[in-house]
Design a protein. Structure first.
Length: 223
């Protein structure tokens, strides 16, 4: 028995319960199901072009860069242009996300590797589950399609997100996650990434890339 089990067991004995009582579990389930929604800031209530513009503004305020393309087929060329503009090697790594796999990477000069990163990759591309406009945040879920290592180990992290998956507020994205995965089936990890990694621990001087990528580039796909 773990220390946690021992502590919870002691609490249950003091209450005279086992934790398996139907009445008690029903009350908890009903309370969770009827939980009132959180307060959503007014700026998270935007729609359409205003919502996308807020996402871009907030993301760029965190030192991320944003590119908007007409459709998914334009993503590889946009990524190649981004890497070329920074004089970076035309190499990158991505997972097995079918949305990325369907894009015409072969039409570029990019050398694309697949699978999780072991820390030796300079550039990685992941497909985000969504975005939050109120803070310019990316929502990335773990799994074979988009291994978490791609989000944190390479110096240059590129995220692709569909415009329709950008929501105004965090609460909306959490609801979409619950609908997409369902109770008991949530991803092992949900990462909320707002701009490049940074730290101000040393003399309050901001250092990029302290605990993750030094650069975050977002490609928004219209539609």
């Amino acid at each position: 028995m773990s220390a946690r089990d021992d502590i919870l067991g002691t609490i249950r004995r003091s209450l005279g319960v086992t934790g398996r009582e139907t009445t008690r579990t029903t009350v908890v389930d009903e309370r969770l199901a009827k939980a009132a929604p959180g307060l959503v800031p007014q700026r998270g209530a935007l729609t359409g072009e205003a919502l996308l513009e807020l996402f871009r503004t907030q993301a760029e305020a965190t030192l991320a860069t944003v590119d908007v393309v007409a459709d998914a087929s334009a993503v590889p060329a946009a990524v190649a242009t981004y890497l070329r503009g920074l004089n970076l090697p035309a190499r990158l790594r991505m997972g097995d996300d079918p949305r990325l796999a369907a894009m015409p990477w072969a039409e570029t000069a990019l050398d694309v590797a697949h699978g999780r990163s072991d820390g030796d990759d300079l550039v990685a591309v992941a497909h985000a589950f969504g975005g939050v406009a109120e803070t310019g945040t990316l929502v990335l879920v773990s799994g074979p399609g988009n291994p978490t290592t791609l989000n944190f180990l390479p110096d240059y992290a590129i995220a692709v997100v569909r415009e329709s998956d950008i929501a105004g507020a965090y609460e909306t994205v959490w609801e979409r996650l619950r609908i997409a995965y369902g109770k008991g089936e949530m991803p092992r990890t949900v990462n909320w990434v707002t701009g490049p990694s940074r730290s101000g621990d040393i003399e309050q001087t901001i250092l990029l890339g302290a605990h993750g990528p030094r650069s975050v580039h977002i490609v928004v796909v219209r539609g």
